[in-house]
Design a protein around this ligand. Structure first.
Ligand SMILES: [Zn+2]
Length: 176
């Protein structure tokens, strides 16, 4: 969901260009193999509908409509989008001579679809459990990023946003 954010210049979308997509993947610490530019653009095009679906689910979970305004039909479409992106996998047995029989997951034949499925599976884990009740939108100045409130006193997406809010309060108090 955090591929979209705002600052003083207005809203930004990391998935609008292949280079923005590459920067975002790097920023989240993705351990994806090096992708060729055309693969990256393919991945970007496939992530867009999933991201838009997740924004619908996040807006519904947080009751915050700054990015999108979900309704029953948009939420139903979002759920369908997430489910369509998940590659169903069942563990299978593998055997090689002189080795014990082991469990393995068949490697997907389409790497970009596997990456999209990875994000969709994370979304199932977030929205399919009580975890989404701790999802919040950061109210830091010019922010709007989502975060999971994993501590009762956590109010911001990052310490940097908390510092900016405290600095703004301090400025307002002392300007008078
Ligand atoms: Zn923030």
């Amino acid at each position: 969901m955090n591929t979209i954010w705002a600052d003083r210049a207005g809203p930004h979308d990391a998935l609008s260009t292949p280079s923005g997509t590459a920067e975002w993947l790097e920023a989240i610490g993705s351990r994806l193999p090096e992708l060729a530019p055309e693969d990256l653009d393919d991945l970007r095009r496939r992530l867009l509908p999933l991201r838009d679906a997740l924004l619908q689910l996040a807006a519904k979970a947080t009751d915050d409509t700054r990015w999108v305004t979900p309704d029953a039909s948009s939420v139903r479409r979002a759920v369908d989008e997430v489910n369509a992106a998940v590659i169903p996998r069942a563990p299978q047995l593998a055997w090689a001579a002189d080795h014990p029989v082991t469990e393995h997951l068949r490697a997907p034949s389409d790497p970009a679809a596997a990456v999209v499925s990875h994000f969709a599976e994370d979304a199932v884990a977030l929205f399919g459990t009580g975890e989404s009740s701790r999802l919040r939108v950061c109210d830091g100045p010019d922010c709007g990023l989502y975060f999971v409130k994993n501590h009762p006193r956590r109010e911001w997406c990052s310490p940097a946003c908390g510092n900016r809010v405290r600095a703004a309060r301090h400025y307002r108090r002392h300007r008078a």
